[in-house]
Design a protein around this ligand. Structure first.
Ligand SMILES: CNc1nc2c(CC[C@H]3O[C@H](OC)[C@H](OC)[C@@H](OC)[C@@H]3OC)c3nc(N)[nH]c(=O)c3cc2[nH]1
Length: 374
């Protein structure tokens, strides 16, 4: 299905959890959704067709990385990011602030924006809300993130407030610069660290500006799962219930299950792909380290019953061998399995919400993990 405009409809709820559909001109996104990370115009070790085969309806691109190499202007001249990376479904791009603060050197932040030196060649660059909107327009992304500052953790109340208020001024500038682009969405990003009053002020300011979707930012920055859930017990409720809610940078499978139960509709994380490249398999019974010698004679698949190419075509012994030998196929197979597992988890969550059975699903999820891998 496609739609000329950007829309969101909830089909079922179970407690605070929602099962819905985001409609875009490039296709529908089933929610709750997990979005694989395609930082430099590729989901590492995967072909786009493979990413789709895992069940992904949307993937992520990175403003910071792509503006530095090959540049947004070059991608635009070549027909935009979808054509460039051969992915014709929806793409969401982050606005660059988080990456600048985590990757670039010699950063200087002012009210205007952030100047920095590229981590690739040391060249000088500037990102402002206006420049971030321009880059994301040049890339052609379907869902554009407002330019914000992800408040570091921990932050005292004064620091958090100053950071949140700056991000809200940048949110207004992002909205003004984005303009009117039918079929494209602009998402605002709530900040306020772990302070409920600041989270409420941020949400109120974002609602006044008006966005097509709302992200919960400033989490998964070292606060730990307990503290993150404490904030998620109230922060998503402050955002409009008729718009998608996106929790940025999350997370482990148990993070995802807990976030969905608290009203989150979209998530992204490098974990399944990045850990796949280091030989870590994610399964219904927890994490499996394929580098461990215990697998070297094991003829069984990584996960019984999994229908991914790694589990239907290969043994643990083979996966152990190619990972220890640092063979490229090791990254390919484990990335594919992990993304397949994550998408299967999302399908299970969507089905459970639609059946009004999220509590049972959650209990079974934790019971399986507790069994551990054998
Ligand atoms: C991990 N905890 C985590 N990640 C946060 C990201 C970045 C998400 C970003 O995280 C990687 O970039 C580093 C991904 O690339 C490796 C990006 O995918 C393209 C992804 O973009 C949505 C945040 N981004 C913004 N703009 N604002 C945030 O408050 C925020 C919070 C995060 N917590």
């Amino acid at each position: 299905m496609t739609s000329a405009t950007f829309g969101f409809a909830v089909q079922a709820t179970c407690g605070k959890a929602r099962a819905g559909t985001i409609t875009t001109p490039r296709g529908d996104i089933r929610t709750p959704a997990f979005m694989p990370v395609g930082t430099a115009a590729t989901v590492k070790a995967m072909l786009p067709g493979s990413v789709r085969a895992t069940g992904a309806d949307i993937l992520l691109g990175n403003t910071y990385h792509l503006m530095l190499r090959p540049t947004a202007e070059r991608i635009a001249a070549l027909g935009g990011l979808h054509k460039f990376m051969n992915w014709d479904r929806p793409i969401l791009t982050d606005s660059g602030g988080f990456q600048v603060m985590s990757l670039a050197s010699l950063r200087k932040m002012t009210e205007k924006g952030v100047t920095f030196r590229s981590h690739i060649d040391g060249s000088r660059h500037e990102i402002t809300p206006e420049r971030s909107m321009e880059i994301q327009r040049l890339l052609g992304s379907d869902i554009v993130m407002a330019f914000d500052e992800c408040t570091p953790y921990p932050a005292d109340e004064g620091t958090a407030r100053a950071s949140m208020e700056l991000s809200m001024r940048w949110a207004q500038r992002s909205r003004d610069a984005f303009g009117d682009r039918p079929g494209h969405a602009l998402f605002g990003i709530q900040q306020g660290s772990v302070y409920a009053d600041q989270r409420a002020e941020s949400a109120s300011k974002l609602r006044t500006i008006g966005f097509d979707g709302y992200a919960v930012g400033g989490l998964a920055v070292g606060e730990g799962q307990e503290k993150m859930f404490e904030v998620l017990d109230y922060a998503p409720d402050m955002l409009p219930e008729d718009k998608p809610r996106y929790l940025m940078g999350v997370g482990k499978p148990s993070d995802i299950v807990g976030a969905v139960a608290r009203g989150i509709d979209m998530m992204d994380c490098v974990l399944p792909s990045r850990s796949g490249r280091t030989g870590q398999g994610w399964t219904a019974r927890g994490q499996v380290n394929l580098r461990n010698a215990r697998h070297r004679d094991d003829p069984r698949p990584l996960e019984e019953g999994c229908t991914c190419p790694a589990c239907t075509g290969y043994s643990r012994a083979y996966l152990h061998h190619v990972i220890k030998s640092d063979e490229i196929i090791g990254s390919m197979l484990l990335t594919w399995h992990n993304l397949h597992y994550y998408q299967s988890l999302m399908q299970g969550l969507r089905d459970a919400i639609s059946a009004g059975a999220l509590a049972d699903f959650t209990a079974a999820f934790h019971a399986n993990v507790a069994l551990g891998d054998v």
